[in-house]
Design a binder for this molecule. Structure first.
Ligand SMILES: NC(=O)c1ccc[n+]([C@@H]2O[C@H](COP(=O)([O-])OP(=O)(O)OC[C@H]3O[C@@H](n4cnc5c(N)ncnc54)[C@H](OP(=O)(O)O)[C@@H]3O)[C@@H](O)[C@H]2O)c1
Length: 263
């Protein structure tokens, strides 16, 4: 699917990865609609890219419906918004659980449901979901985030099979730890020992490649993390035994503490 001349809806455009994605999509000739909750940051994105914008709380179903309505005919969806939803599940209120799943999983599903029919009718279009390597392998202190990203992965792959005959592509882009900007970089924490990061530009490259080459899944992470996640995803008991009794590293505590305010 060509980006030049396509109408693109980008969620999470006010975030670390979203801002880079917005610039790249606009530079690629997209007619862009950007969304997020923070009006001031959204205004900056509009100034940088010339995009149309609408504030929406993706935890609120009415806002999701209004967004899909306002954007009109969309050729490409990039569902990038998410909450970090890190930490111990036992500390979460039911409202916080609802919000994490609504933003990370229900909103992308609803937007796909609302936008795909016109794409299928036109015989062209693309749905892109930004997941995470947490959608491939479970790690401690991230059960909610992991649930949402495992769910998004299964959804994207199944929907890809359903929509292929209609000419609508579906892609999943799963970054590892991202440096410079975004929900991990904002914590100021070090990456856990032995891990390396990717940049927001590399994630944006992967999203653009997923759309233009119609790729089902791109894992954008250093080889070591991709390999570890592949093994842990295949052998979850082995992975969980390897973690048992191991104190969470300081970096994980810092990440969880810094992200607590955004539950
Ligand atoms: N950064 C990483 O290391 C990393 C690694 C793997 C995967 N990812 C994935 O990459 C994507 C982008 O993450 P990021 O690092 O750019 O995160 P970020 O900087 O925290 O940005 C998150 C974005 O989601 C939006 N958002 C959150 N709650 C929302 C709500 N209730 N309604 C509407 N928008 C909402 C935020 O907008 P407002 O604040 O304006 O509402 C913001 O634009 C996410 O799907 C994330 O899971 C990130």
């Amino acid at each position: 699917m060509r980006i030049n001349g396509a109408t693109v809806l980008l969620t999470g455009a006010t975030g670390g990865i979203g801002r880079v994605l917005a610039r790249r999509l606009a530079d690629g000739g997209a007619s862009l609609m950007v969304t997020g909750r923070r009006e001031d940051t959204l205004r900056e994105v509009v100034q940088e890219t010339g995009a149309r914008s609408m504030t929406a709380d993706l935890a609120d179903r009415d806002d999701v419906l209004a967004l899909a309505d306002a954007v009109g005919e969309v050729d490409i969806l990039v569902a990038n918004a998410a909450l970090p939803a890190s930490g111990d599940l036992l500390e979460y209120t039911t409202e916080q659980i609802d919000r994490a799943l609504a933003v990370n999983l229900t909103a992308p599903i609803l937007l796909a449901r609302l936008l795909a029919p016109r794409m299928a009718e036109a015989g062209r279009g693309h749905l892109t979901f930004v997941g995470s390597m947490s959608g491939k392998a479970a790690t401690p202190y991230s059960s909610l985030y992991t649930a949402s990203k495992f769910g998004l992965r299964g959804f994207a792959h199944s929907l890809r099979q359903d929509l292929a005959a209609a000419g609508v592509g579906v892609s999943l882009v799963q970054p590892g730890f991202v440096s410079e900007a975004g929900m991990f970089a904002d914590t100021g924490a070090e990456v856990p020992r032995g891990m390396r990061t990717v940049s927001p530009d590399q994630v944006a490259d992967a999203v653009i490649h997923a759309i233009t080459a119609d790729r089902g899944e791109i894992n954008i992470a250093p080889a070591k993390l991709r390999w570890r996640c592949a093994v842990a995803g295949q052998f979850p008991d082995f992975a969980s035994r390897a973690q048992r009794g191991v104190e969470p590293p300081e970096s994980v505590r810092r990440i969880v503490a810094a992200q607590r305010a955004s539950r």
